[in-house]
Design a protein around this ligand. Structure first.
Ligand SMILES: [Zn+2]
Length: 260
Protein backbone atom coordinates (compact mmCIF):
# COMPACT_ATOMS: atom_id res chain seq x y z
CA UNK A 1 0.00 0.00 0.00
CA UNK A 2 2.85 2.35 0.92
CA UNK A 3 4.44 1.70 -2.47
CA UNK A 4 1.12 2.39 -4.21
CA UNK A 5 0.80 5.77 -2.48
CA UNK A 6 4.41 6.68 -3.20
CA UNK A 7 3.87 5.96 -6.90
CA UNK A 8 0.56 7.83 -6.87
CA UNK A 9 2.17 10.85 -5.23
CA UNK A 10 4.99 10.86 -7.79
CA UNK A 11 2.41 10.57 -10.56
CA UNK A 12 0.26 13.44 -9.26
CA UNK A 13 3.27 15.67 -8.55
CA UNK A 14 4.49 15.00 -12.07
CA UNK A 15 1.33 16.60 -13.45
CA UNK A 16 2.11 19.82 -11.60
CA UNK A 17 5.91 19.95 -11.79
CA UNK A 18 7.93 21.17 -14.72
CA UNK A 19 11.52 20.17 -15.38
CA UNK A 20 13.72 22.83 -13.77
CA UNK A 21 16.18 24.28 -16.24
CA UNK A 22 18.74 25.30 -13.61
CA UNK A 23 18.95 22.13 -11.51
CA UNK A 24 20.76 18.85 -11.90
CA UNK A 25 19.96 15.36 -10.69
CA UNK A 26 22.71 13.05 -9.50
CA UNK A 27 21.49 9.47 -9.70
CA UNK A 28 22.92 6.85 -7.35
CA UNK A 29 23.10 3.26 -8.51
CA UNK A 30 24.94 0.23 -7.12
CA UNK A 31 24.61 -3.07 -9.00
CA UNK A 32 22.94 -3.52 -12.41
CA UNK A 33 22.19 -7.23 -12.70
CA UNK A 34 19.69 -9.90 -11.77
CA UNK A 35 20.27 -10.81 -8.11
CA UNK A 36 18.39 -10.74 -4.83
CA UNK A 37 19.81 -7.48 -3.53
CA UNK A 38 17.55 -4.50 -2.79
CA UNK A 39 19.91 -2.05 -4.47
CA UNK A 40 20.20 -3.98 -7.72
CA UNK A 41 18.46 -2.69 -10.85
CA UNK A 42 17.72 -5.15 -13.66
CA UNK A 43 19.66 -4.50 -16.90
CA UNK A 44 16.43 -4.07 -18.96
CA UNK A 45 15.13 -1.51 -16.48
CA UNK A 46 18.45 0.35 -16.52
CA UNK A 47 18.43 0.37 -20.35
CA UNK A 48 14.88 1.77 -20.28
CA UNK A 49 16.02 4.55 -17.95
CA UNK A 50 18.96 5.50 -20.19
CA UNK A 51 16.66 5.43 -23.18
CA UNK A 52 14.31 7.83 -21.38
CA UNK A 53 17.20 10.21 -20.65
CA UNK A 54 18.23 10.18 -24.30
CA UNK A 55 14.71 10.57 -25.71
CA UNK A 56 14.05 13.51 -23.39
CA UNK A 57 17.36 15.17 -24.23
CA UNK A 58 18.83 15.25 -20.75
CA UNK A 59 22.45 16.35 -20.74
CA UNK A 60 24.36 13.56 -19.04
CA UNK A 61 27.68 14.81 -17.64
CA UNK A 62 30.39 13.52 -15.34
CA UNK A 63 29.97 14.29 -11.66
CA UNK A 64 33.38 16.02 -11.65
CA UNK A 65 32.04 18.51 -14.21
CA UNK A 66 28.96 19.23 -12.10
CA UNK A 67 31.08 19.56 -8.94
CA UNK A 68 33.29 22.09 -10.74
CA UNK A 69 30.26 24.19 -11.71
CA UNK A 70 28.84 24.08 -8.17
CA UNK A 71 32.22 24.93 -6.61
CA UNK A 72 32.55 27.96 -8.86
CA UNK A 73 28.92 29.00 -8.39
CA UNK A 74 28.42 28.70 -12.15
CA UNK A 75 25.11 28.20 -13.93
CA UNK A 76 23.71 24.67 -13.70
CA UNK A 77 21.64 23.24 -16.54
CA UNK A 78 19.17 20.36 -16.39
CA UNK A 79 22.05 17.90 -16.16
CA UNK A 80 21.95 14.31 -15.02
CA UNK A 81 24.95 12.50 -13.50
CA UNK A 82 25.10 8.73 -13.34
CA UNK A 83 26.99 7.50 -10.26
CA UNK A 84 27.65 3.95 -9.08
CA UNK A 85 28.78 3.10 -5.57
CA UNK A 86 31.14 0.28 -4.53
CA UNK A 87 32.36 -0.67 -8.05
CA UNK A 88 30.52 -3.95 -8.61
CA UNK A 89 31.84 -6.08 -11.44
CA UNK A 90 28.49 -5.84 -13.24
CA UNK A 91 29.31 -2.15 -13.80
CA UNK A 92 31.78 -3.49 -16.37
CA UNK A 93 29.67 -6.29 -17.86
CA UNK A 94 26.21 -4.68 -17.78
CA UNK A 95 26.71 -0.91 -17.48
CA UNK A 96 29.79 -0.15 -19.59
CA UNK A 97 28.31 -1.52 -22.90
CA UNK A 98 25.21 0.67 -22.41
CA UNK A 99 27.29 3.74 -21.60
CA UNK A 100 29.11 3.19 -24.89
CA UNK A 101 25.84 2.67 -26.75
CA UNK A 102 24.36 5.95 -25.48
CA UNK A 103 27.69 7.77 -25.19
CA UNK A 104 26.81 8.67 -21.58
CA UNK A 105 29.60 9.28 -19.07
CA UNK A 106 29.47 7.90 -15.52
CA UNK A 107 31.27 8.06 -12.19
CA UNK A 108 32.13 4.98 -10.13
CA UNK A 109 33.07 5.16 -6.45
CA UNK A 110 35.57 2.53 -5.29
CA UNK A 111 36.17 1.27 -1.75
CA UNK A 112 39.76 0.51 -2.63
CA UNK A 113 40.38 -2.45 -0.26
CA UNK A 114 37.86 -4.48 -2.27
CA UNK A 115 39.21 -4.02 -5.83
CA UNK A 116 39.45 -7.40 -7.58
CA UNK A 117 37.73 -9.08 -4.61
CA UNK A 118 34.16 -9.37 -3.35
CA UNK A 119 31.99 -7.28 -1.11
CA UNK A 120 29.19 -8.48 1.18
CA UNK A 121 26.33 -6.04 1.63
CA UNK A 122 24.04 -5.42 4.62
CA UNK A 123 21.68 -8.18 3.40
CA UNK A 124 24.54 -10.70 3.48
CA UNK A 125 24.76 -10.95 -0.32
CA UNK A 126 28.30 -11.24 -1.68
CA UNK A 127 29.01 -9.69 -5.08
CA UNK A 128 32.27 -9.46 -7.09
CA UNK A 129 34.05 -6.12 -7.47
CA UNK A 130 35.79 -4.68 -10.56
CA UNK A 131 39.35 -5.78 -11.30
CA UNK A 132 42.28 -3.44 -11.97
CA UNK A 133 42.19 -4.34 -15.69
CA UNK A 134 38.49 -3.51 -15.96
CA UNK A 135 39.01 -0.21 -14.15
CA UNK A 136 41.80 0.66 -16.59
CA UNK A 137 39.75 -0.28 -19.66
CA UNK A 138 36.82 1.82 -18.50
CA UNK A 139 39.11 4.77 -17.72
CA UNK A 140 40.78 4.53 -21.12
CA UNK A 141 37.40 4.81 -22.84
CA UNK A 142 37.11 8.36 -21.47
CA UNK A 143 33.50 7.63 -20.52
CA UNK A 144 34.05 6.51 -16.94
CA UNK A 145 35.77 8.34 -14.11
CA UNK A 146 36.63 6.72 -10.79
CA UNK A 147 36.40 8.36 -7.39
CA UNK A 148 37.10 7.18 -3.82
CA UNK A 149 34.55 5.69 -1.43
CA UNK A 150 37.14 5.25 1.41
CA UNK A 151 39.45 2.22 1.63
CA UNK A 152 37.40 -0.15 3.81
CA UNK A 153 33.87 1.28 3.31
CA UNK A 154 33.86 2.50 6.93
CA UNK A 155 31.49 4.72 8.88
CA UNK A 156 33.34 8.04 8.65
CA UNK A 157 31.21 9.56 11.42
CA UNK A 158 32.38 6.88 13.87
CA UNK A 159 36.12 6.35 13.21
CA UNK A 160 38.95 8.21 14.96
CA UNK A 161 40.47 11.26 13.21
CA UNK A 162 43.62 9.20 12.47
CA UNK A 163 41.63 6.37 10.92
CA UNK A 164 39.57 8.86 8.89
CA UNK A 165 42.74 10.45 7.54
CA UNK A 166 44.18 7.05 6.62
CA UNK A 167 40.96 5.87 4.93
CA UNK A 168 40.65 9.01 2.83
CA UNK A 169 44.31 9.46 1.92
CA UNK A 170 44.82 5.83 1.00
CA UNK A 171 41.66 5.65 -1.14
CA UNK A 172 42.41 8.87 -2.99
CA UNK A 173 46.00 7.86 -3.72
CA UNK A 174 45.00 4.41 -4.91
CA UNK A 175 42.31 5.73 -7.25
CA UNK A 176 44.73 8.35 -8.61
CA UNK A 177 47.33 5.65 -9.25
CA UNK A 178 44.84 3.33 -10.99
CA UNK A 179 42.68 5.72 -12.95
CA UNK A 180 44.49 9.05 -12.89
CA UNK A 181 42.72 12.37 -12.42
CA UNK A 182 42.37 14.22 -9.15
CA UNK A 183 40.07 11.63 -7.54
CA UNK A 184 38.93 14.29 -5.12
CA UNK A 185 35.19 13.69 -4.93
CA UNK A 186 34.10 11.39 -2.12
CA UNK A 187 30.95 9.31 -1.73
CA UNK A 188 30.33 8.92 2.02
CA UNK A 189 29.91 5.16 2.71
CA UNK A 190 26.36 4.48 3.99
CA UNK A 191 25.83 8.23 3.49
CA UNK A 192 27.38 8.80 6.94
CA UNK A 193 29.35 11.96 7.71
CA UNK A 194 29.50 14.85 10.15
CA UNK A 195 31.00 18.35 10.39
CA UNK A 196 34.40 16.90 11.34
CA UNK A 197 34.54 14.88 8.12
CA UNK A 198 33.47 17.87 6.02
CA UNK A 199 36.06 20.07 7.76
CA UNK A 200 38.77 17.52 7.04
CA UNK A 201 37.84 17.29 3.35
CA UNK A 202 37.85 21.07 2.92
CA UNK A 203 41.23 21.41 4.63
CA UNK A 204 42.80 18.65 2.54
CA UNK A 205 41.88 19.83 -0.95
CA UNK A 206 38.96 17.59 -1.70
CA UNK A 207 36.61 19.16 -4.21
CA UNK A 208 33.23 17.76 -3.24
CA UNK A 209 31.33 14.90 -1.64
CA UNK A 210 28.04 13.18 -2.35
CA UNK A 211 25.42 12.04 0.17
CA UNK A 212 22.41 9.73 0.01
CA UNK A 213 19.93 12.53 0.78
CA UNK A 214 17.48 12.99 -2.07
CA UNK A 215 16.80 16.12 -4.10
CA UNK A 216 18.27 18.17 -6.92
CA UNK A 217 21.55 20.10 -7.08
CA UNK A 218 21.76 23.79 -8.01
CA UNK A 219 24.46 26.47 -7.99
CA UNK A 220 23.83 27.21 -4.32
CA UNK A 221 24.25 23.60 -3.18
CA UNK A 222 26.94 22.82 -0.61
CA UNK A 223 29.66 20.97 -2.62
CA UNK A 224 30.33 18.68 0.37
CA UNK A 225 26.68 17.76 0.85
CA UNK A 226 25.57 17.12 -2.73
CA UNK A 227 22.25 15.32 -2.90
CA UNK A 228 21.75 12.11 -4.86
CA UNK A 229 18.67 10.23 -5.88
CA UNK A 230 18.71 6.51 -5.24
CA UNK A 231 17.69 4.20 -8.08
CA UNK A 232 17.24 0.66 -6.80
CA UNK A 233 15.00 -2.39 -7.18
CA UNK A 234 12.08 -0.52 -5.55
CA UNK A 235 12.24 2.45 -7.95
CA UNK A 236 9.27 2.37 -10.31
CA UNK A 237 9.48 4.14 -13.65
CA UNK A 238 7.27 7.03 -12.48
CA UNK A 239 9.65 7.47 -9.54
CA UNK A 240 12.65 7.40 -11.88
CA UNK A 241 11.10 10.16 -13.96
CA UNK A 242 10.37 12.13 -10.78
CA UNK A 243 13.95 11.76 -9.59
CA UNK A 244 15.27 13.34 -12.79
CA UNK A 245 12.81 16.24 -12.63
CA UNK A 246 11.43 18.72 -10.11
CA UNK A 247 9.11 16.11 -8.60
CA UNK A 248 11.69 14.78 -6.14
CA UNK A 249 12.14 18.16 -4.41
CA UNK A 250 8.37 18.52 -3.98
CA UNK A 251 8.08 14.92 -2.78
CA UNK A 252 10.80 15.51 -0.15
CA UNK A 253 8.98 18.67 1.00
CA UNK A 254 5.71 16.76 1.43
CA UNK A 255 7.52 13.92 3.24
CA UNK A 256 9.07 16.40 5.68
CA UNK A 257 5.73 18.16 6.18
CA UNK A 258 3.94 14.85 6.90
CA UNK A 259 6.55 13.96 9.54
CA UNK A 260 5.84 17.15 11.51
ZN1 LIG B 1 28.95 1.97 -0.63
Amino acid sequence: MKIFFKNLLFFVLDLFSSRPKDKASVLMYHSIDVNRTFFTVKPEEFARQLNYLEKNKFKVIKLSRLAELVTRGKKIDDYVCLTFDDGYLDNFTNVFPLLKKYNFPATIFLATDFIGRTMTNSQGVTLPILTIEQIKEMTDSGLVEFMPHTASHCFLNEVSPEKMEQELTEAREKVRALAGGQADILAYPWGKFNDLVVGYLKKNNWQAAVTVNEGLVDKNSDPFRLKRNSIDSSTSFVQFKGKTSGVIDNYEKIKKWLKH
